[in-house]
Design a protein around this ligand. Structure first.
Ligand SMILES: Nc1ncnc2c1ncn2[C@@H]1O[C@H](COP(=O)(O)OP(=O)(O)OP(=O)(O)O)[C@@H](O)[C@H]1O
Length: 783
């Protein structure tokens, strides 16, 4: 028995030695690799197996059907393997994900990284969807490795994450939650980090994560490798590169250890693939929905993503078009839905053969839906980069795809100019008016029947107008040219909700009035000759003068305060026009929704308005009980109830007859009122029921984000080797002992300990839920 054990130990040692030798060989080969883009080595390496890569990664790749490399993989993987920092940009769908995942796995493997070495690599993605997708690819190709990987994309149960995050070797995450862990999770140590990857790096910046990224990067060790990947390159990306890549400016100096290789896809000058057919058409804003519906009706056998500018637009278009039953299955996705619902939609759309997905730009980047035939950009993208990324959801990895950009006449010239400047020249498509089907009447009747839909339409209208208003590129987005009335009608609304740009107006007016008040003060201090006395403090003032002054100042400042109120709140926080939700209010005119039913945007928030309302109330209170007057033909006011003289009263019969008549009349009135009341009560009951059902349906479909955190679980883990199972790490002493051994074994001296760790059976904490991505703990890259 002992002999057998010794033999197996010997075998293990032998195996380990061989493995280390092979790693040594791989390292030597990659150091000799000529990474120049035109070198024969680079150009001749067509398959993954042509590169000096470990058998583990080759197996992981081939098991998933990846054998040939794409251009970006061919050019960037050898450079990454030589430990250079990289700023890589390549077309959408060109395989960037593998281009950074392979070097991560390969590097950690060659360093013989173990679960006790802590976090070795960090991948930061701008959206949850992209992070999930990257994580899934990592799981697939990394099965052969003995590493722990986790997905941290936000969620409520911070404690749960805190307890596990320190065990991870590779983390795929979104920026906000990562920073939270850096700040709050005591056990989370990033000091050993070897690689940082920023996927869609420019998008991370566009989404306002700059400060978060700066903070994350400042927490990371300087001695690390950094890879920045994006399909487009913006100036902000350059500035990030300067911040996060070492010696960015020393590109030409090959003697420095950390230089940047800016790798671009040499074959293509533009960032859109050649297999993508690009076209555009021009349609008046009020005709857009007709155009979309007609397009869908003529493409029932297609898989299509329809991009709209806001979640409210998406919600409205989805809810109404599904009621018109176009004959193709419809899905919708935006950032206000629950993560579980979003994941479900992604899954459904990925699997669907023919379907339409209405979406915001939350899926514009990185998401890899298979076989999308059409991308339809119904609302104009905010810039060319967004256009490229949206269009890039189709024609991925050499496949064919089509993109249709719908522009309004006022957007056409500006947007085409922007696209042409980037070598993008979509073909113009002429729309046959005769083929276009108008759905305005259908929408009107839908909205008439369903107040919920009307409410959605109003929100969609406002959010669209708002989206145009806030666009930076005023040459493309001309707010003043919006045909708001017709646009509202095209959504089925009876008219455009009036939008008042509260912040802007009050800001301008406040400036004006501030000037006026200054003039008033100066005038008040003017001497008898009318000259302005600026040295008023030197005047001799009586007590009454002072009181008068103080009183007037108060009046003035109150008045001034009222005018400037919308700009500054009590705490002095800036509330002006830039505030996202507060910058416009809507005056409604055609419906009777009560205030609590209104969207936040519609509630008048100005303190002035509230004060005004208060004062009206006050006036009414002060008035005491009201008197009712009627006006005669000459316009004279008389009390509504007058006591008649006896003779006049007797004209209509004696008291008894008149009383009888009066009672009969009142009885009649009461009967009708009773019927009316019953009808109203019935209608109310029905409405209540309908609302309840609607709410239930919406809950099922993933709206009501407010309780997201309550119900969803957004963190998932792959936990590495079995000895990371909670039970096994519960005993601290044992754990410490194992750590010591494993550390020691990395130097190759204690192969028993190493193989013990390696021999552990892999534990999957919740195998059933692993696949649907909703498990809190999943599994592993196994050895
Ligand atoms: N070497 C390869 N062989 C076959 N298919 C590949 C290869 N590399 C990537 N793919 C496939 O190509 C598709 C696009 O890859 P990926 O999502 O990595 O593109 P991307 O460049 O990151 O796109 P985007 O810029 O839109 O994020 C995926 O379906 C992926 O599985």
């Amino acid at each position: 028995m002992a002999k057998k054990l010794r033999k197996s130990n010997q075998e293990r040692q032998e195996n380990k030695k061989n493995e280390l030798n092979k790693i040594q060989e791989l390292n030597e080969k990659i150091q000799q690799w000529d990474i120049k883009p035109n070198s024969s080595m680079t150009l001749q390496a067509k398959k993954f197996s042509d590169l000096p890569l470990s058998p583990k990664i080759i197996k992981g790749l081939s098991d998933n059907g990846f054998t040939k490399m794409t251009a970006i993989q061919q050019h960037s993987i050898p450079v990454s393997l030589q430990n250079w920092d990289i700023l890589a940009s390549a077309q959408t769908g060109s395989g960037k994900t593998l281009a950074f995942l392979i070097p991560i796995l390969e590097k950690l493997y060659k360093m013989q990284w173990s679960e006790y070495d802590g976090l070795g690599a960090l991948v930061i993605s701008p959206t949850r969807e992209l992070a999930i997708q990257t994580y899934e690819v990592l799981l697939k190709i990394g099965k052969q490795f003995n590493l722990a990987a986790g997905l941290v994309i936000g969620g409520k149960d911070l404690k749960f994450e805190m307890e596990r995050i320190y065990k991870m070797n590779i983390l795929v995450c979104t920026p906000g939650r990562l920073l939270q862990h850096m700040d709050q999770s005591t056990g989370f140590d990033v000091s050993n980090l070897q690689m940082l990857v920023l996927d869609e790096a420019d998008r991370c910046l566009d989404m306002g994560f700059k400060k978060t990224l700066d903070a994350i990067i400042s927490n990371l060790p300087n001695e690390r490798q950094t890879l920045l990947f994006s399909a487009t390159q913006s100036q902000s990306l350059d500035s990030l590169a300067r911040l996060s890549l070492s010696d960015y400016k020393t590109v030409e100096d090959p003697t420095l250890r950390n230089i940047v290789s800016a790798i671009k896809d040499k074959d293509n000058k533009t960032t859109t693939p050649a297999t993508l057919q690009q076209s555009y058409c021009t349609v008046q804003l009020p005709k857009k929905l007709d155009m979309l519906y007609s397009f869908m009706k003529t493409h029932l056998k297609a898989k299509m993503i329809v991009f709209l500018s806001s979640s409210k637009q998406v919600h409205f278009v989805y809810e109404t078009l599904r009621k018109l039953q176009p004959g193709i299955s419809l899905l919708h996705l935006h950032g206000r839905q629950k993560q579980t619902y979003r994941t479900d939609v992604l899954d459904k759309f990925s699997k669907a053969q023919h379907a339409v997905l209405f979406a915001t730009d939350v899926v514009a980047r990185g998401i890899d839906f298979p076989a999308v035939d059409w991308v339809v950009q119904v609302d104009c993208p905010e810039d060319v980069d967004t256009y490229i990324h949206r269009a890039g959801r189709s024609a991925r990895n050499g496949k064919n795809g089509k993109n249709l950009l719908i522009l309004t006449p006022s957007e056409e010239e500006g947007m085409l100019k922007r696209l042409n400047a980037r070598n993008i020249e979509p073909k113009r498509l002429n729309i046959k008016e005769s083929k276009m089907r108008s759905i305005t009447n259908n929408l009107q009747s839908l909205l008439f029947q369903d107040p919920e839909l009307k409410y959605l339409a109003q929100k969609a209208f406002i959010s669209y107008v708002k989206s145009i208003y806030v666009q930076k590129d005023k040459e493309v987005f001309k707010f003043e040219e919006l045909p708001s009335e017709d646009f509202a009608k095209s959504l089925g609304l009876p008219g455009a909700p009036k939008i008042k740009f509260k912040g802007m107006k009050s800001f301008e007016k406040a400036k004006e009035l501030k000037n006026m008040s200054r003039q008033l003060l100066l005038l008040k201090n003017a001497d008898e000759n009318g000259e302005v006395n600026t040295k008023k403090d030197k005047q001799v003032k009586t007590k009454i003068d002072k009181m008068f002054e103080r009183k007037n100042q108060t009046v003035l400042s109150e008045h001034y305060l009222n005018l400037t109120q919308p700009k500054t709140d009590k705490k002095g926080d800036d509330n002006d026009a830039d505030s996202d939700d507060d910058f416009m209010t809507v005056k409604r005119r055609d419906h009777v929704l009560v205030e609590e039913d209104l969207p936040e945007l519609l509630i008048p928030t100005s303190k002035r308005a509230q004060k005004k309302a208060l004062s009206k109330k006050q006036i009414l209170l002060n008035q005491g009980s009201s008197k009712k007057f009627v006006f005669d033909d000459e316009g004279n006011a008389k009390p509504a109830y007058e006591v008649l003289g006896e003779a006049e009263f007797a004209k209509d019969g004696d008291l008894e007859t008149q009383l009888g008549k009066f009672i009969a009349k009142e009885n009649e009135l009461m009967k009708t009122a009773d019927i009316d009341d019953k009808n109203i009560a019935k209608a109310k009951k029905l409405e209540k029921k309908r609302k309840r059902q609607e709410k239930e349906r919406m809950l099922q479909e993933g709206y009501y984000n407010s309780d997201d955190a309550e119900s969803e679980e957004e963190i998932r883990y792959v936990v590495g080797t079995g000895n990371l199972d909670d039970d096994m790490v519960s005993d601290d002493e044992d754990n410490k002992a194992t750590r010591k051994k494993v550390k020691y074994s990395r130097s190759g001296k204690d192969s028993d300990a190493e193989s013990d760790a390696g021999d552990n059976v892999i534990q999957i904490e919740n195998p059933e839920t692993l696949e649907d991505l909703e498990s809190l703990t999943a599994k592993l890259l196994q050895g």
